[in-house]
Design a protein around this ligand. Sequence first.
Ligand SMILES: Cc1cc2nc3c(=O)[nH]c(=O)nc-3n(C[C@H](O)[C@H](O)[C@H](O)COP(=O)(O)O)c2cc1C
Length: 196
Amino acid sequence: MSLVLDPAAQDLLFREARTANSFTDEPVGDEQLQAIYDLVKYGPTAFNQCPLRVTLVRSPEARERLVGHLAEGNRAKTAAAPLVAILSADNEFHEELPQLMPHAPQLKDAFFSERPVREGTAALNAALQAAYFIIGVRAAGLAAGPMTGLDFEGVRKEFLDDDHTPLMVVNIGRPGPDAAFPRSPRLAYEQVVTTV
Ligand SMILES: Cc1cc2nc3c(=O)[nH]c(=O)nc-3n(C[C@H](O)[C@H](O)[C@H](O)COP(=O)(O)O)c2cc1C
């Protein structure tokens, strides 16, 4: 019989999991982040290109700089979150391809010699990895608060460089008591799925 994820684990990852807007004071350590990464790194990407990069914003000084680039409604909760990560796409991911595809190192030059091509595929695949990351945070018993309400160019200049495109900021921690509002509905299967 094939293994199926236990319904309680399905609840943890999806049915019961909420986007967190507040957190307890419990810290999130580097070893927890390492465990999350060591799980989600196995999520698939095209050509195994693995373009996601994660910048942990730990120091109070860096946190203040980041908060200044966020939309007003995202500031207070990010200032108070136990841990904050900037997720970005590495547009120079092809430099690592020989390590990531040891059986086909020639693909680096065959497919990815042009920057616009790399930017397009890195954006898609790093976004996929960001989704794996959010689910990985939940799998660790924590909650994630992803945000795109921010000045992307400001965040890029402040924390990254020309080779990295910020995707989102994610607050991470043990969820606080509040759920700001009830779970919003999702689209029904029939609204989403067509069969041809
Ligand atoms: C990529 C992404 C960007 C988001 N940006 C923001 C944001 O800037 N501010 C905010 O308060 N919530 C943001 N959210 C939270 C969503 O509104 C929330 O995940 C969605 O409504 C589902 O909520 P639930 O997980 O509680 O059901 C974002 C979520 C995602 C996945």
